[in-house]
Design a protein around this ligand. Structure first.
Ligand SMILES: Nc1ncnc2c1ncn2[C@@H]1O[C@H](COP(=O)(O)OP(=O)(O)OP(=O)(O)O)[C@@H](O)[C@H]1O
Ligand SMILES: CC(C)(CO)[C@@H](O)C(=O)[O-]
Ligand code: BAL
Length: 301
């Protein structure tokens, strides 16, 4: 079973022997990995832990429903909290430590007067619909990095914009941490696993795989014929209409470069060997679902 800590000082004390070069042979230096989560763990999270285990000796999983990344009227209060079940699942993948702090432990003052802002990259996609969301992610991830001081940290590609922001944070704040992006884990019918999938009713759950199917279809269209940007925009609009007609309300559906830059006639759209990404956020009932699909295009569209 992983060892659970609720306090920063206790976790630091527990991790110290693994990084203290005086205590162990140089050849046995231990690498520490961090997997940050909000709990209510599913197979997607467990896969992050397996990947972390491949790159490190000690894996710390944080479980914290972070209030600063939820906006007014969002689901902070109802977000599922299932610590005992989470710890049992983490035992099956050999996680070493669970860090499950209280809000007071993480935020002596709430809201914290100090902020961590990622700038322009947050002015689009999820950052545009959830104002301030990535400021909350920025401060909590910075704190987790300072508390755990991991050598590596693993984040899922499902939250693609978040992953890009964290890579930027590590670069700009000089954290000595390798960031690993983990592929999206899906249900058999293609739906990206997500804690919020449990908000779906049985009939909504039947509809939900449409999101992935439509992204795959659009990706196929983008790679199989030469398109002008106008034609690609039209395919994007048709995709959005079909997703809405299936019962979703699309928040955004966009094609970007894999670095989340806009595609313009003058830039990526007409150059060869480009890596594009289709990103979607869509409401289905009470659940706001995210998905994305990378598209490698080896010729002008
Ligand atoms: N299906 C998945 N495949 C890969 N990584 C995932 C998947 N779902 C979540 N993750 C990753 O797990 C980490 C913790 O995410 P989080 O605890 O918010 O889970 P979630 O299922 O995405 O929850 P939510 O439904 O609240 O968005 C993030 O890095 C996230 O990208
Ligand atoms: C990275 C994270 C754990 C920070 O609260 C959260 O945004 C998430 O679960 O993706
Ligand atoms: N996985 C993203 C965290 C959030 O929606 O707040």
């Amino acid at each position: 079973m992983p060892i659970i800590h609720h306090h920063i000082s206790a976790l630091r004390t527990a991790l110290q022997p693994y990084r203290d070069q005086k205590n162990i042979e140089q050849s046995n230096l231990q690498r520490i990995a961090l997997v940050p989560t909000m709990g209510n763990l599913h197979e997607g999270h467990l896969e992050l832990v397996r990947i972390a285990k491949q790159h490190a000796d000690i894996v710390v999983v944080s479980i914290f429903v972070n209030p600063t990344q939820f906006g007014a009227g969002e689901d902070f209060d109802s977000y599922p909290r299932t610590l005992d079940e989470d710890v049992a699942k983490l035992a099956t993948v050999d996680a070493d430590f669970v860090f499950a702090p209280s809000i007071d432990e993480m935020y002596p003052v709430l809201p914290p007067p100090t902020s961590v802002r990622a700038g322009a990259i947050t002015a689009q996609l999820c950052g545009q619909s959830r104002l301030g969301h990535f400021d909350g992610v920025g401060i909590v991830v910075s704190k987790l990095f300072n508390i755990v001081q991991p050598d590596i940290a693993v984040f899922g590609q499902k939250d693609y914009q978040q992953l890009a922001i964290i890579k930027q944070l590590v670069r700009d704040l000089s954290y000595p941490i390798d960031i690993i992006g983990a592929p999206i884990v899906r249900a058999n019918d293609g739906l990206a696993l997500s804690s919020r999938n449990q908000y779906l009713s049985a009939s909504e759950r039947q509809i939900a795989p449409v999101l992935h199917q439509e992204l795959q279809h659009l990706a196929h269209q983008l790679t199989s014929s030469k398109l002008s940007q106008q034609e690609a925009d039209s395919l994007l609009a048709q995709t959005q209409t079909r997703i809405n007609e299936a019962g979703f309300t699309v928040d955004y559906l966009e094609i970007k470069t894999d670095e989340l830059n806009d595609i313009t006639e003058s830039a990526a759209f007409n150059t060869e060997n480009k890596n594009l990404i289709i990103l979607v956020a869509a409401w289905l009932g009470r659940a706001r679902l995210l998905d994305n699909q990378l598209v490698a295009v080896n010729r002008p569209l």
